[in-house]
Write a protein that binds this ligand. Structure first.
Ligand code: ADP
Ligand code: MG
Length: 238
């Protein structure tokens, strides 16, 4: 579970070819980081995988099945948004349970699952609080908890830490990396931050103007950048 294959995926908005053509294979269990400057198409690519945007052409396969035309809810993926998108009037527990409630799960089973997710995320003592009574890092963990309970084939993160201050960002990076080691689920993580990419990724996808400049491990990119853009962006001596 969690293998994602993009074949000649293109996306235009009107006359603007935001993603000219992308081929990419993400293996089951990988931590993949999409990195590149602002406006290069990272979010668009992630939203295409999530099904929040339709491809202009090309195919997206998830675990061997053509998912190109499937709506987001049928893809088995979970998107964690930067803005958290938590319900302010609901407790942490109710926020985490929400997708299960929507899916029709009985409240007792949903509560059990939410409490298990909270344990992984060190939120056990905060379950009766409302989002307004939490720190930014805790709110981020609630958003992740709401994704975990759905047991997705992959987690999709779009700059999840950009609202946090530098110290907290460092902590959350570690937490997300540890979560990946615990769950061993595919994660795709979008950032414009090279440090995040280099410290978190198994595999980095460097984007510029909607094109993939290079795919490789942090070490491969650092030691063997494909071109001056990658070298400059990653900060390798070339
Ligand atoms: P990134 O996440 O790397 O900053 P985006 O994927 O958000 O980049 O955007 C890539 C390009 O596509 C930008 O030039 C942006 O203005 C454009 N774009 C994104 N979404 C839309 C849209 N819904 N309509 C028109 N242009 C869009
Ligand atoms: Mg973006």
């Amino acid at each position: 579970m969690g293998k994602i294959v993009l074949k000649q995926v293109r996306k235009s908005f009107g006359d603007v070819h935001v993603i000219p053509s992308v081929d990419l294979t993400i293996e089951n269990g990988e931590f993949v980081v999409f990195v590149g400057p602002s406006g290069c198409g990272k979010s668009t690519l992630l939203r295409l995988i999530a099904g929040l945007e339709d491809t202009s052409s090309g195919t997206i396969e998830i675990d061997g099945k053509d998912a190109t035309m499937l709506p987001p809810a049928k893809r088995g993926l979970a998107m964690v948004f930067q803005s958290y998108a938590l319900y302010p009037h609901m407790t942490v527990r109710k926020n985490i349970m929400f997708p299960l409630k929507m899916a029709g799960m009985d409240p007792e089973a949903a509560t059990k699952k939410a409490d298990a997710a909270a344990k992984v995320l060190n939120l056990t003592n905060y379950m009766e609080r409302k989002p307004g009574q939490l720190s930014g890092g805790q709110r981020q963990r609630v958003a992740i908890g709401r994704a975990i309970v759905r047991e997705p084939a992959a987690f999709l993160f779009d700059e999840p830490l950009s609202n946090l201050d530098a110290a907290l960002r460092g902590n959350m990076r570690l937490e997300i990396t540890e979560l990946h080691q615990t769950l061993k689920t595919t994660m795709i993580y979008v950032t414009h931050d090279q440090v995040e990419a280099m410290t978190m990724a198994d595999k980095i996808v460097v984007l510029q103007a909607g094109n993939i400049e290079q795919v490789g491990s942090p070490l491969e990119l650092y030691n063997h950048p494909a071109n001056a853009f990658v070298a400059g962006f990653i900060g390798s001596p070339r």
